[in-house]
Design a protein around this ligand. Structure first.
Ligand code: SUD
Ligand code: ADP
Length: 285
């Protein structure tokens, strides 16, 4: 089992575009989206504990330890594989929660990938992605570790290894958007026409949740206008928000925009990445 000192990354994701194109019988919405990772995120450490089960030893105060996705992911794996060893997990939380950056899903995926390897459980990435889907629709892309075009609820993945990897400015305007309330809103348009990967690469990169999210949370529109005023072209929402993002011309430009962000908002600069950093660290495919 791991040394407590080894830190494992759980990066953020951006949805470079997102379209709602239908609805499943169980109420979940069918999407088309493009996921790209950021070189910015949470960090997790793991340690053996006496007895069975999983315990969070540090993490976000807003999330109770037993409902934390890292604990639920570890328990899922322990149950699926009959693990007898206890696990303690430290979460160094940097990503805003409920921000559309997928932090909870990323933490869960890192837990699945790391414990599978440290405990020698031998599950494939496909098996881990399937297990993780039960925790959240964004978990599979983090398990697979490749920037991807996604369909279904986000689990049908086609890798996009050649996406540009610009510097982004990501801005959190201080409100929390409930994903569930946006998807259940009577005014949500649920039948946008599907597009192709080619259409996306040719520039169809809008987020069809954005109009409704802006109507419900006007401050997010103010954040988009602010980015626009800093010279960021076509800033947009990631996931169901609340974060908005846009490409900068360089690391320096991104950094200088972040330094000008109004005091009541939080922002960071990060570079896009088409590979999950943990995959290189763990020598995964
Ligand atoms: C919209 C996306 C895009 O990446 O990201 P986030 O903004 O959350 O990061 C995801 O698909 C978010 O998927 P997931 O992580 O499962 O969302 P949850 O917060 O668990 O969903 C809360 C609720 O939203 C509804 N929901 C969610 C996803 C989906 N494809 N259709 C839905 O109808 C369901 O009612 C669900 O119970
Ligand atoms: N380790 C975790 N990190 C973040 N959120 C968590 C975690 N465990 C459980 N959650 C819950 O999941 C919700 C969604 O969090 P997150 O994945 O960060 O946002 P989003 O789905 O908007 O990208 C949070 O509001 C929180 O209640």
């Amino acid at each position: 089992m791991a040394e407590e000192q080894v830190a494992y990354p759980a990066p953020a994701k951006l949805n470079l575009m997102l379209r709602v194109i239908g609805r499943r019988r169980d109420g979940y919405h069918l999407l088309q989206t493009v996921f790209q990772f950021l070189d910015y995120g949470d960090a997790l450490r793991f340690v053996s504990l006496p007895g069975r089960g999983a315990r969070r030893l540090a993490g976000a105060a807003e999330v109770s330890p037993e409902s934390d996705l890292v604990v639920r992911a570890a328990q899922l794996l322990q149950d699926a594989c009959g693990v007898r060893e206890g696990v303690g997990i430290f979460v160094d939380k940097r990503l805003p929660m409920g921000g559309g950056l997928g932090g909870g899903s990323s933490d869960a995926a890192t837990t699945l990938l790391v414990l599978n390897q440290l405990l020698g459980l031998g599950l494939s990435l496909a098996e881990l992605a399937e297990l993780g889907l039960g925790l959240g629709a964004d978990v599979p892309v983090f398990v697979r570790g490749r920037a991807a075009w996604a369909e279904g609820v986000g689990e049908q993945l086609t890798p996009l290894p050649e996406l540009p990897t610009p510097w982004y400015v990501v801005l959190h305007p201080g409100v929390s958007v409930s994903t569930g309330s946006i998807f259940s809103d009577p005014e949500l348009t649920r039948s946008h026409s599907p597009i192709t990967i080619r259409d996306f690469l040719d520039g169809v990169q809008d987020n069809t949740l954005q109009a409704l999210v802006l109507a419900r949370y006007p401050v997010i529109g103010e954040a988009l206008n602010w980015l626009d005023g800093q010279g960021i072209a076509a800033p947009r929402l990631t996931g169901s928000g609340a974060c908005v993002f846009g490409m900068a011309d360089s690391r320096e430009v991104a950094g200088s925009i972040v330094r000008r962000v109004p005091a009541n908002w939080v922002a960071f600069a990060a570079q896009g990445s088409n590979r999950h950093p943990l995959h290189a660290q763990l020598n995964l495919e």
